[in-house]
Design a protein around this ligand. Sequence first.
Ligand code: AOF
Ligand code: ZN
Length: 349
Amino acid sequence: MVTEDEAMRRAVALAARGLGTTSPNPVVGCLLLGPDGTVVGEGFHAYAGGPHAEIVALAQAGERARGGTCVVTLEPCNHTGRTGPCSEALIQAGLRRVVIAVDDPNPVASGGAATLRAAGLQVATGMRRAEAELGNIAWLTAVRRGRPFVTWKFAATLDGRSAAADGTSQWVSSSESRFDVHVLRSTVDAIVAGVGTVVADDPQLTVRDLRDGSLAIKQPLRVVVDTHGRTPEGARVRDAAAPTWIVTAAEAGHGPDGRVDLHAMLTELYARGIRSVLLEGGPTLAGAFLAAGLVDRVIGYVAPKLLGAGRSALVDAGVGTIADALELDFTDIAQIGGDLRFTATLRQK
Ligand code: AOF
Ligand code: ZN
């Protein structure tokens, strides 16, 4: 026997197992409780085009779901897309009650709750909503805004420097932090860097196992923001390890500053199915994203070092006076090796 609240907690945890592989679809977790309150089926959405979480759980439960309760992190879909409507499948399976954490913001698929109610099922929404929202934050934000969810990631010393006065920047953060970044990369659809970083550091921008250097099977799209097309022919971002899009202003259009139009670039990425991007590398590019209001979350690795002189982690974010400072809320703080990792979300202006 589990309570519905406990079942939802487990559904949110199950959903997270799809992180990094479901785009352009959401992560979804589902538990089915039989009439006596025992778990008779569970499932999560593993990849776009694959069965939805509810269908996986129903297949497991079979007849045992009849008269029971479906506990699901996202409103069941109501449309025939790559698969059939989950609302109908739940009705056919004879469920009595459906508990939902978050309403579906996708206009194509929403309406499942209404369909279920019309068929006489009890529907309750909002259980553990905040937790489920956080678990699906990239997809939900992307669908609501029509552009990918943007995380700016940086590494810096305690005094906010990401390179020393002579330009050296390797190993600002610990090996544990660098490993953590590869885990972070594995959860996003694209990694974005500026051409300045590509020219200066020649990063590969792939997801690797740092113990043996082997490449992960699924690689995010590499995106280089390169106004004038300066990416060197032999740059490692051009290798065959992952797909790459080199975005020039000629292709994406010019923004107000004469450089690549970042709004247009993100809109195009969304159209290509990208729901989350990790913005890495380039204090100038990060400043441009922030100034344009295009950063949703910041993850900073702060090393217990001081440099005094050196390059700032961030250059001009369009803030000239303290009243205009960009404001954030910390959502997580962790110790990674000897470093601190903070996660913070930007307040909407
Ligand atoms: C999922 N997995 O478990 C649920 C989803 O592309 P389709 O046809 O698979 O439909 C995707 C939409 O279905 C998705 O954007 C979301 O609105 C809804 N629910 N999607 O991929 C799931 N429950
Ligand atoms: Zn569905």
